[in-house]
Write a protein that binds this ligand. Structure first.
Ligand SMILES: Cc1ncc(COP(=O)(O)O)c(C=O)c1O
Length: 426
């Protein structure tokens, strides 16, 4: 098959994410995208079942977002936020503060999810440093994932995650299982007590641990973490980079679903509807106020060059318009119901350990790690783009997906697993 010139010329030079470059199956050149669909250079079309890593919630090329970005490009694509201000960032900060519960009112912009989490960790540690306390460690959870930079790697699952070879080189955190009942909450309280004076806070992906294995937990867990944080004077950080902004269907944010107000929230991915890189770390008033003083050194010493990029903020404001004007949450709930029925046949397949659905997230967990390339190729052959990992084949479709799309995606998942399990049995 002939490939585009840019692909042939550049493929020796692009170092791909999470990829063994020696054995990698060549990536698929994409030339355009529209709605749910990716168009490949060879003319094939694929339904995007994972929204480009959970970001394109309104589908590709939504005209409202495109128009907002185009207008912004004509007036001010970017300007530094150090000492200068622009409308899109200020409007977006106010809108996020209004949307998030309680007094989560102070928005620090950055350019990727990992950096938003870095900022949250730095903010929490400095909150204590500003009060003369050296509390720089975090309580975090097995199965968690918060990014690939050095500080964020330290709060990921140390064994199951992708970063186990860095053990010893990372900040040492207190890693535990999520508390799922009153007994586990009490036991965790005792463990926290043993780390008194060391811990700055607790960091968790609320309701769904995503890249660590697509594992769900109940609001109880988050309520327990809030109680523990209050009882032991710790800050509570919700990393909503995966689940925030509609993915769960019940509300815009997981913290609302759980009825828990964290002290710091991180957002990215769906923030711009998957059009431009942008992230935000949002702090409550109490956190913010501990950075205010007559001493310049108590300020938050952070400032990514592209923070609050005007194009990104324009895209995010347009994306929030769409959440307000179109029934995205109802669509996410409908996708969940459709996934329940269309993934149900997988429950009885040999080799399937579990099928689970939460909001617009559908997961088939296998009984052993499967060759991701093999499963992915089987889905592509059926016209669907998915990116399985370990023992997990999952879909997080754009929230605009219709029932036909969901039936197609889920059908490809079920058929691919069936094919794999047949091959495995010989
Ligand atoms: C919960 C969570 N936090 C942080 C990140 C890191 O975001 P980014 O890949 O934009 O650095 C991710 C990415 O998958 C995520 O799912």
């Amino acid at each position: 098959m002939t490939q585009p010139d840019w692909y042939s010329a550049g493929r020796e030079h692009v170092w791909l994410p999470y990829t063994q470059m020696k054995t990698v199956r060549p990536p698929l050149p994409v030339v355009s995208a529209q709605g749910m669909r990716l168009r490949l250079a060879d003319g094939r079309e694929l339904l995007d079942g994972i929204s480009s890593w959970w970001a394109t919630v309104h589908g590709y090329r939504h005209p409202h977002i495109e128009e907002a970005v185009r207008r912004q490009l004509e007036s001010l694509p970017h300007v530094m936020l150090g000492g200068l201000a622009h409308e899109q960032a200020y409007v977006l900060a106010k809108r996020l503060a209004d949307l998030l519960p309680g007094d989560l009112d102070h928005v620090f912009f950055s350019d990727s999810g990992s950096v938003a989490v870095e900022v949250a960790m730095k903010m929490a540690a400095q909150y204590w440093l500003n009060q003369g306390q050296r509390r720089v460690k975090f309580l975090c959870f097995r199965g968690g994932y918060h990014g690939d930079t050095f500080a964020t790697m330290s709060v990921c699952d140390p064994d199951e995650g992708m970063h186990s070879m860095f053990k010893g080189a990372l900040l040492e955190q207190v890693v535990v299982d999520l508390p799922r009942d009153a007994g586990e909450e009490a036991a965790l309280g005792e463990l926290i007590e043993r780390h008194r004076g060391e811990l700055a806070g607790i960091i968790v992906e609320p309701l769904v641990q995503g890249a660590g294995g697509m594992v769900f937990h109940d609001p109880f867990t988050l309520q327990a973490l809030r109680r523990l944080a209050d009882a032991h004077d710790l800050l509570l950080i919700f990393d909503e980079i995966f689940v925030g902004l509609g993915r769960l269907g019940d509300a815009m944010f997981a913290c609302e679903v759980a009825g828990v107000q964290p002290d710091i929230v991180t957002l990215s991915k769906a923030l711009t509807g998957g059009t431009l890189p942008l992230a935000a770390t949002i702090a409550s008033r109490r956190i913010y106020e501990h950075f205010l003083s007559d001493d310049a050194m108590t300020a938050l010493m952070h400032g990514p060059t592209y923070m609050g990029n005007a194009l990104g903020c324009a895209a995010a404001n347009a994306s929030l318009d769409l959440f307000a004007q179109e029934p995205r949450l109802a669509q996410a709930r409908a996708i969940g119901a459709q996934l329940e029925s269309h993934l149900a046949p997988a429950r009885n397949l040999p080799g399937v350990r579990d099928v689970r659905i939460r909001g617009a997230i559908g997961v088939i967990q296998l009984d052993c790690p499967a060759p991701a390339d093999r499963l992915s190729a089987a889905c592509i052959a059926r016209g669907v783009w998915l990116r399985p990992f370990r023992d997990i084949l999952y879909t997080t479709p754009p929230l605009i997906a219709g029932e036909d799309d969901i039936a197609h995606i889920a059908g490809a998942m079920v058929a691919s697993v069936q094919e794999w399990s047949r091959e495995r049995r010989g």
